[in-house]
Design a protein around this ligand. Structure first.
Ligand code: NAD
Length: 476
């Protein structure tokens, strides 16, 4: 490590903080790095040191650490959100800012930690939730710093530290956010490097994290390739994988509400959310009225010719099997950009484009992440639910229905078998944003943990007292 004045100042500040707090932790040899590393071994060593220091602190300190992450995410959301927008060049600035603020406010923290107790004739057993140690995390370009923020809050709440391999196209904002978090935490609490980030992430650095002996657990948030890599890593992995969330609209739906919800969810951050409405299956009986409701709610309808032109431009063949993927020039871009790709000019503040397609259109089958939503005409609710099931591809991620027919809701819920199933609301309502529940940007479908919380990143430990401390028991 290069020793300069700033590093010495940080070490001295850390020692003084320790003395003031009456703790006996020795300063970390990586103090002053504020979590930004080129090398995986160094990052893991620094995170391990930070873990050892955190292990000697109480829950109050975990909360205090998390409060710094929350404060920075909220107070600096405009600057950091703008940085993320300028670097990744996908999505919408207002939502980049809002996502950071929302994660700062709502990511599950120490308040989610709890213990379970069994008491009875033979005494008392307490089950507590202990940390794993250093967690290796992989984060997506669609929400680079927001995912790190949410992961860090929940992982630290459970007593872990984390090394992040961010998406290369979101690495600068990842490093800057992590630097700010650690700097504030080190200054106040005296522990640096609780969150470490690889400044120049590659597939090789991801593989090095996956196979590192001191990484106790992996948490990946991303598409099919990284999900597969994590599951093949030989380590316990929490996998927040891809989705292709379908929407069903039946003849009992409140069409104006359905339109508003589809626009709110499908247009958010230009459709980058993994839970976002991606394709809509509408029963024939209300199909034309549903499209009119979309127009009334402010979305712009494309003609069949315009959709054909957009479809030709918006997808590209990738991989050896030449499967279709969103073209870089259109992924996460504004509706006005997509409209130009369709040979049409729309106002720059247009949130969402839509139109009728058949189910063979790639906007239906591909996880498209663009603010154009295809509407497919279906015979009846059973047909719509069957097509929704087919095009969700078995990811088991998210599905929506707009209906007032409880039988249809129940049938779709059972058939889809998704982690999130939303009725009569936009996708984000399932994360407590306009609905009940709590929020995380790592929704672990394939490995079953669901919307992640601190308990997701903990291991159970049981402490048993034999024949004593059951104070309700009969006198001996
Ligand atoms: P991506 O799969 O291209 O990349 C995600 C991360 O994985 C990046 O850091 C990338 O560098 C890394 N990566 C990719 N292939 C890898 C491999 N073979 N080994 C190791 N690391 C690898 O996805 P993206 O475009 O950044 O993000 C969008 C995807 O993420 C979508 O599929 C979306 O559904 C998914 N996502 C899921 C959730 C969830 O909670 N389930 C949340 C956000 C995004």
């Amino acid at each position: 490590m290069e020793i300069n004045e700033a590093v010495i100042r940080d070490v001295v500040a850390q020692v003084l903080a320790e003395v003031e707090r009456g703790t006996t932790v020795s300063p970390s040899s990586y103090a002053g790095r504020h979590g930004v590393f080129q090398d995986v071994d160094q990052a893991v060593a620094a995170a391990r040191e930070a873990f050892d220091q955190l292990s000697r602190r109480g829950m109050e300190d975990r909360k205090r650490i998390i409060d710094h992450i929350r404060r920075i995410s909220i107070d600096e959301c405009v600057e950091l959100g703008t940085m993320e927008m300028e670097e990744t060049k996908i999505g919408r600035l207002e939502h980049k800012i809002e996502k950071l603020k929302t994660l700062g406010e709502r990511a599950p923290g120490v308040e989610f930690m709890r213990s379970e107790v069994y008491s009875g004739d033979r005494g008392l057993a307490i089950i507590e939730h202990a940390p794993f140690g250093v967690i290796g995390a992989i984060t997506p370009v669609t929400h680079s710093l927001p995912t790190i923020t949410g992961n860090a809050v929940s992982m630290i709440a459970a007593g872990n530290t984390v090394v992040v391999n961010p998406h290369p196209a979101g690495k600068r904002v990842a490093a800057e956010g992590v630097r700010r978090f650690n700097e504030a935490i080190a200054r106040d609490v005296g522990i640096d490097n609780l969150i470490c980030v690889i400044a120049e992430p590659t597939l090789e650095s991801a593989a090095a994290i996956f196979s590192h002996a001191d990484i106790a657990l992996i948490c990946v948030t991303g598409g099919p390739a990284v999900a597969r890599a994590a599951l093949n890593s030989g380590k316990r992995a929490i996998v927040a994988g891809p989705g292709n969330p379908p929407v069903v609209v039946d003849e009992t739906a409140d069409l104006d509400n359905a339109a508003r919800c589809i626009i709110q969810g499908g247009a958010y951050d230009n459709n980058l959310l993994c839970i976002a409405e991606k394709e809509v299956f509408v029963v024939d009986h209300v199909f034309d009225r549903m499209l009119q409701a979309m127009e009334r709610a402010g979305a712009v309808r494309l003609s069949p010719n315009e959709i054909a032109q957009l479809t030709r431009n918006a997808f590209t063949e990738v991989g050896q099997d030449k499967h279709l993927a969103p073209a870089k020039e259109f992924l996460g871009q504004d509706a006005a950009v997509l409209a130009r790709g369709a040979g049409r000019n729309v106002p720059s503040d247009t949130e969402l484009l839509f139109g009728e397609t058949d189910e063979a259109n790639p906007f239906v089958s591909v996880e498209q992440m663009m603010p154009f939503i295809p509407f497919v005409r279906c015979r009846d609710a059973d047909h719509a639910i069957a097509r929704a099931k087919h095009f969700e591809h078995g990811f088991g991620h998210t599905a929506m229905i707009h209906s007032h027919n409880v039988k249809n809701m129940t049938k779709m819920g059972k058939i889809m078998d998704t982690t999130l199933f939303v009725k009569n609301g936009p996708c984000m309502a399932s994360l407590g944003l306009g609905g009940e529940g709590y929020l995380s940007f790592s929704i672990a479908g394939p490995t079953g943990e669901g919307v992640t919380t601190p308990l997701t990143f903990s291991r159970e430990r049981r402490c048993s007292m034999i024949d004593d401390l059951w104070i309700l028991g009969k006198p001996k």
